[in-house]
Ligand binder design. Structure first.
Ligand SMILES: Nc1ncnc2c1ncn2[C@@H]1O[C@H](COP(=O)(O)OP(=O)(O)OP(=O)(O)O)[C@@H](O)[C@H]1O
Ligand SMILES: [Mg+2]
Length: 256
């Protein structure tokens, strides 16, 4: 890399993970440059969630390296401690399929928990930032509500704000709209599009092909724990090179 080149926000090299003798990730390599959106697609069980969990310190891979922001490097071929996994989590923030909000905490408490308790930032600053973020996604008036009082789409927007409040370098989304009723999907995708437009670096697992076409800079097709094909959305969706990619896209577009 020449001195003028900017390091990618995310670099993954040789990422491997087995559960027992089941090899779930087989040497995954990928990079995501600053402000770019990578979309991961693939059949159920192909390893998409395991990739994201590995990037968020929720899963410990058996081998490979993860580099965030060019200077933070975790080498999973050696011993990686809880402190380092927490440091990884500090740099990447995850939005979950099932929101994973604390049911007994209000919206504002859900959003401020990480910055206050984990990052130990000052309450006034954290709350002001949280309220501004909630306002941005149209939820300022829900600050005192509990998750059960919100629709799925509202809960997921809180999930996104909770991730943003951590001031991460990288946002990870695991099928963020797949638990939502169809009429609520649009609001969440709109927020995600705005984040992409704002220049956030994002890795998104999704089956929303229209969204992927509009927002992704690169799409990666995962099957059986390997990257079968990668490319620009236009190319991969309209002219996939690999037979397995074609079959997967056909099943997604014409499920019956
Ligand atoms: N904690 C675990 N213990 C054992 N096996 C696991 C564990 N987590 C994941 N697996 C297995 O690893 C494989 C990949 O799982 P993963 O959740 O990453 O797939 P996915 O691509 O996200 O699938 P989906 O589209 O259904 O969400 C699956 O076969 C799954 O059963
Ligand atoms: Mg999954």
């Amino acid at each position: 890399m020449s001195p003028t080149e900017v390091a990618p926000v995310l670099g993954v090299s040789g990422l491997s993970k087995s559960f027992g003798d089941h090899e779930v990730l087989r040497s995954i390599d990928l990079t995501v440059d600053r402000g770019k959106v990578l979309v991961l697609i693939g059949p159920s069980g192909s390893g998409k969630t395991t990739v994201l969990r590995s990037l968020n310190g929720l899963e410990q891979p058996d081998g490979g390296t993860v580099t965030v922001g060019g200077d933070f490097v975790l080498d999973f071929s050696g011993k990686v401690g809880a402190k380092q996994l927490a440091a990884l989590r500090d740099r990447s923030a995850m939005v979950f399929q099932h929101y994973n909000l604390f049911p007994h905490k209000t919206v504002l408490e859900n959003v401020t928990e990480g910055p206050l308790v984990v990052q130990r930032r000052p309450r006034a600053e954290v709350e002001a930032e949280a309220l501004a973020l909630l306002d941005r996604v149209g939820l300022a008036d829900k600050r005192g509500a509990y998750p059960f009082e919100l629709s799925g789409g509202q809960q997921q927007r809180v999930g996104i704000v909770r991730a943003l409040a951590l001031r991460p370098q990288l946002l990870l989304f695991d099928e963020p709209t797949s638990s939502l009723d169809p009429e609520l999907v649009g609001d969440v995708l709109t927020v995600m599009k705005e984040l992409a437009d704002d220049g956030w670096t994002m890795v998104v697992v999704t089956h929303e092909l229209t969204f992927a076409r509009q927002v992704a800079d690169e799409v990666l097709f995962l099957d059986g724990g390997v990257i079968v094909e990668r490319g620009a959305p236009q190319q991969l969706f309209t002219a996939p090179r690999e037979e397995r990619t074609k079959q997967f896209l056909n099943r997604l577009l014409f499920p019956f």
